[in-house]
Write a protein that binds this ligand. Structure first.
Ligand code: NCD
Length: 303
């Protein structure tokens, strides 16, 4: 893979990637998923997650192990973060011990960017989700999943449905799909879950799930991010499902063979019917499979 000619760099968001970076990261992810040998790296990486995670944390760990890296999972409740240490000091401390990469998930939007701007230690930061900001590795693995499935970007209508406003997955995916030249990009969800402004200028805002999925080639469903809302704003799950949940009838409105995606965790019977999540059109587990290869490609690219 072509290495960037920059010095120390990080994976913070989609905007910090060049077109060449995006192209090589997706290409390398596909090569690895097709069995290409991985390069080995004698680097130690640490996972520092201030929010829960199954897929992202485990796949970053598996990716590192497959590259021969050492992995440390920092248990927050047993760390000095509980004694009032700042994140900056935690990062400097880990770097001083020789940790070369730090995968961070943080509830505050923009926290990784801020950390990188003030960083003096030789450690690479990987954004595993910052509040409602970005989740760049998720977007890369989603794009690689679609590329592996043969999506023709320029002809594709991609609909992202659900809680767009609070979703860092939507944040990064809209930017990346735009950069990849997706034909049409649509978003849909309840008024209070739509971003303002919509992030990408050319995105079409739909006010019903039916309008969003009509003739779509890809439907990406998102979970309602209750952890980022006031309790008063929580929707009733049944009502939400009736209005915004993806069901088999919706697939009839989409293009034949339309792919269904979801970054997980899925809430069956809320944003998506179990039957749709488990259908032949669902790429949900393909996304999970691809996640390990995408994160291997990211680690290779960082070193
Ligand atoms: C997402 C996240 O944490 O942003 N999950 C993931 O990383 N696969 C989406 C979500 O939590 O709904």
């Amino acid at each position: 893979m072509e290495k960037p000619d920059r010095g120390l760099h990080h994976l913070l968001g989609i905007d910090s990637l060049t077109d060449r970076d995006i192209e090589s990261l997706i290409e390398r992810t596909l090569e690895l998923s097709n069995g290409a040998p991985a390069s080995s790296a004698s680097v130690t990486t640490a996972n520092l997650f201030f929010e829960p995670s199954t897929r992202t944390r485990v796949s970053f760990e598996l990716a590192a192990l497959r590259l021969g890296m050492r992995v440390i999972n920092i248990e927050l409740e047993k760390s000095s973060a509980t004694k009032g240490e700042s994140l900056e000091d935690t990062v400097a401390t880990l770097a001083a011990m020789g940790v070369g990469c730090l995968v961070i998930r943080h509830p505050q939007t923009g926290r990784l960017q801020q950390l990188a701007e003030n960083l003096h230690a030789p450690i690479r930061l990987l954004n595993a989700g910052d509040g409602q900001g970005e989740h760049p590795s998720q977007a890369l693995l989603d794009a690689a999943t679609l590329a592996a499935d043969g999506l023709d970007w320029s002809q594709a209508t991609i609909a992202i449905v659900g809680d767009i406003r609070h979703s860092r997955v939507a944040g990064s995916n809209l930017k990346l799909f735009d950069r990849l030249g997706a034909g049409r990009l649509r978003i849909a969800g309840p008024e209070e879950m739509l971003p303002d402004p919509p992030g990408i200028e050319r995105v079409e805002v739909c006010h019903s799930i039916e309008a969003a999925v009509r003739d779509a080639d890809v439907i990406m469903m998102l979970r309602v991010q209750r952890e980022r809302m006031d309790r008063a704003g929580w929707p009733d799950p049944d009502q939400y499902h009736r209005r915004w949940g993806l069901n088999p009838a919706h697939l009839e409105l989409a293009r034949p063979g339309c792919r269904v995606m979801h970054p997980g965790p899925i809430n069956r019977g809320m944003e998506i019917d179990g039957a749709v999540a488990d259908s032949d059109q669902s790429l949900i587990l393909d996304q999970v499979r691809m996640s390990v290869f995408a994160r291997m490609a990211i680690f290779e690219w960082l070193h």
